[in-house]
Every structure is written in structure tokens, then in C-alpha cells.
Design a protein around this ligand. Structure first.
Ligand code: SAM
Length: 354
């Protein structure tokens, strides 16, 4: 990532870049507040003076200048002829869904808990999660998260996985699964798309009970419960066994909730539940499989959330790490596709044996 850019920096420029990191949290909050207060949206309509902004937004000159001067330092706005003007970076806050989703997720889900990152790394426990609720992992409380964390979490999760689902459907159904098990089914979004895509397929949804309650309601409302079984499971439980009788297993943005050792065990149990030749599809975001630096940057910097908020020992992995776990568990990689949706890779495995 960014190797050429970094190699060409002078020492003076490198020092400036280091200060951008040091003051990054300050700039983040000032830009975010300027956006939330509608200042950036107003500037998207055209340049405005401080007096015009003060009158329109009922903000003090002190607050306005504190926020917009930080925005100026970050290239979010410019100052020309005593008027504030929105720069291209500012338009991303106003118009770009990726930017908005990431800002909300970092602030509403991660910000407070990140203060406990160092202790969480040492303890391998999500010690920052106490800011949101009393759970051992965030997954136990997903549907009970306080607002705005709940909305921001689901928007973040769905923004990424939803973008990849349409591309993935055709590839999964090319293998003609009759009985598909969706592990980490969450609110049932993928299951719904499968049931609509193929009128014969039957699905088993596996997830924590709290998530499956929501999925059940969603599938019932859509009229699909007849082709669905629900299998509430804590996949970390020592005596876990997956339901049998499926020809394919689907895991989307799921294994990143666990440590590599746990991933190994889950995949072993997945292999035990399939007959020889059964398929395993893993859809996930891998930072080593990205075409663009922007995607690798977002993914790598999502890992600390997994440490301090989610589970304490999970992260965004490299594809090679999943592939090694799956091979160890008795699967062979048969195909893989990069660039699905925003940044996903689909790995297709087959269970070894005859
Ligand atoms: C990041 S979400 C992904 C959801 C969905 N598959 C998608 O692609 O949007 C991870 C899912 O794994 C589930 N999960 C995490 N830990 C689990 C556990 N120990 N047992 C069962 N499910 C778990 C969560 O409840 C959540 O629904």
C-alpha cells in the first residue's frame, strides 16, 4: 500500500504526515460535527460567509470557526474572498454513502471503546464494549444495541455485504444447491435473496438466538418461512455440531468474528456436517485481495473494532489465512473470485473425499 508515495516523501513532508495522524481524532470530530450540524451541506449549495452560516445555523462564531478551521486544515473546505467554500473532500461527507457509513460507524460504534484498545489487545477481550452494553461479545447484543450504535452498526455491515450479494448469487447457484446452510445468517438478508432467486432451494439459518428472532420475523413477513429452518447456535460452544443434510454451506462476513484457532474449529465442524463433494462458500473482505488502496485502508482499520468492541481476538484477515484453515479442516479450494460488490472475495471449497 502507498509504497511509491511514502518512498518519495521528504523528511519535512513525512513530519507533516505524522502530524495528520497525531491530530487525526481531532480532525475527525470537527469534520463530523460540521457535517452533522449541516454546515457542509449548506456549503454544498454554494460559498457562504461566516455571518451567513451563523445566521442560518444559529451557531456561535466561536463554534463555527473552531469547526471550519479544522475542516480547512484537512482540505474539507477552503476560504476565498472571506467566504467558505466546500472542497471535493467535503462533498464526500455530503454525498458519498461509503464516507457517511464509515463516519457514523467509527463515531457511534467504535469511538468510545477505542480508548480501551491497548487493554483489549493485551487481554484479548473487547473491553471497550462496556460503553455499549454488558455483553461478552457484541454479537450477543447486536439487536439490543443502544441507538445510534445499532443503526450505524447495521448500516455499516449491510452496506458492505449487500453490495456483494447480487454478484455472489449467480456463482453460488451455479453449483445448484438444494439445501443451503447460511451460517451467521444475521437478519436473514442473504437468505431472502436466495429464496427469491431460486424457487426450490431450502435454507437453514444458523446464528445466535437473538439474531434468528429478527431473521424469523423478516422471513415470515416475506412469506418464506415454509422453506426455512432455524438453528439457533452459539458457534463457540464446545459441544457444537452443525445441522446435517445440506449440500452447501454459506458464510458471509462471518469468520472474521473469530480468532484463527476458532475459525479452524468451526471449519472442521462444517466439514463434518457435509458429505464428500459438499461445497463451502466463504464471502468476505480480505485486505490482501484489494485492487485499490482505499479498500485495504478501510479494511485494515476495521480490525481494531473487532479487538475492542466485537470479540477481542478477531480481525480482518488475509485470504491465505482462511484458505490454510479450510485446507487443514478437509476442504480444497476449487475457485475464487475477487472484486464482488465493493471489496469482497468469494472462495469456493469442496469437501475432500469420495
Ligand atoms: C458481521 S455479521 C455478518 C452477517 C451476514 N452474514 C452478512 O453477511 O451481513 C456476523 C454474524 O455472525 C454471528 N455470530 C457471531 N458470533 C457468533 C457465535 N458465537 N455464534 C453464532 N453466530 C455468531 C453474528 O450474530 C452475526 O449475525
Amino acid at each position: 500500500m502507498k509504497k511509491k508515495f511514502i518512498a518519495e516523501l521528504t523528511a519535512f513532508q513525512a513530519r507533516y504526515e505524522a502530524q495528520k495522524i497525531a491530530f487525526g481524532p481531532v480532525v475527525f470530530q470537527c469534520v463530523r460535527i460540521a457535517w452533522k450540524k449541516g454546515l457542509l451541506n449548506s456549503l454544498a449549495q454554494g460559498a457562504m460567509s461566516s455571518d451567513q452560516l451563523i445566521e442560518k445555523h444559529q451557531i456561535s462564531v466561536y463554534a463555527l470557526h473552531t469547526l471550519l478551521e479544522s475542516c480547512l486544515s484537512a482540505g474539507v473546505v477552503a476560504m476565498e474572498d472571506n467566504c467558505w467554500r466546500l472542497e471535493k473532500i467535503g462533498y464526500m461527507l455530503v454525498n458519498d454513502k461509503l464516507t457517511q457509513v464509515n463516519f457514523n460507524y467509527i463515531n457511534d460504534v467504535c469511538w468510545q471503546g477505542l480508548f480501551e484498545l491497548e487493554q483489549s489487545l493485551d487481554a484479548e477481550e473487547p473491553l471497550g464494549l462496556a460503553h455499549l452494553g454488558p455483553w461478552k461479545t457484541i454479537y450477543e447484543g447486536l439487536s439490543d444495541l443502544p441507538e445510534p450504535a445499532k443503526t450505524s452498526w447495521f448500516e455499516f455491515d449491510h452496506f458492505y455485504s449487500d453490495s456483494a450479494f447480487p454478484d455472489a448469487l449467480a456463482k453460488v447457484f451455479a453449483a445448484a444447491p438444494q439445501r443451503l446452510m447460511d451460517v451467521g445468517a444475521n437478519t436473514g438478508k442473504w437468505a431472502l435473496q436466495c429464496l427469491r432467486y431460486n424457487s426450490d432451494v431450502e435454507l437453514t439459518l444458523v446464528d445466535l438466538p437473538i439474531q434468528l428472532n429478527v431473521a424469523q420475523k423478516n422471513l415470515e413477513q416475506a412469506g418464506f418461512l415454509g422453506r426455512v429452518s432455524l438453528a439457533p447456535r452459539d458457534l463457540l460452544a464446545a459441544d457444537l455440531a452443525f445441522p446435517k443434510g445440506h449440500d452447501a454451506i454459506w458464510m458471509s462476513q462471518f469468520l472474521s468474528c473469530f480468532s484463527l484457532a476458532e475459525i479452524g474449529k468451526i471449519l472442521e465442524r462444517a466439514a463434518n456436517a457435509l458429505s464428500a463433494g459438499g461445497k463451502l462458500f466463504i464471502l468476505d473482505t480480505f485486505w490482501d485481495r484489494q485492487q485499490y488502496d482505499i479498500a485495504a485502508f478501510c479494511l485494515i482499520n476495521t480490525s481494531p473494532y473487532f479487538t475492542c468492541m466485537a470479540s477481542g481476538n478477531s480481525k480482518i484477515y488475509r485470504a491465505t489465512e482462511y484458505i490454510a484453515c479450510a485446507e487443514q479442516a478437509g476442504f480444497a479450494l476449487t475457485q475464487s473470485w475477487d472484486g464482488l460488490g465493493l471489496s469482497h472475495t468469494l472462495l469456493q471449497f469442496q469437501k475432500n473425499g469420495t
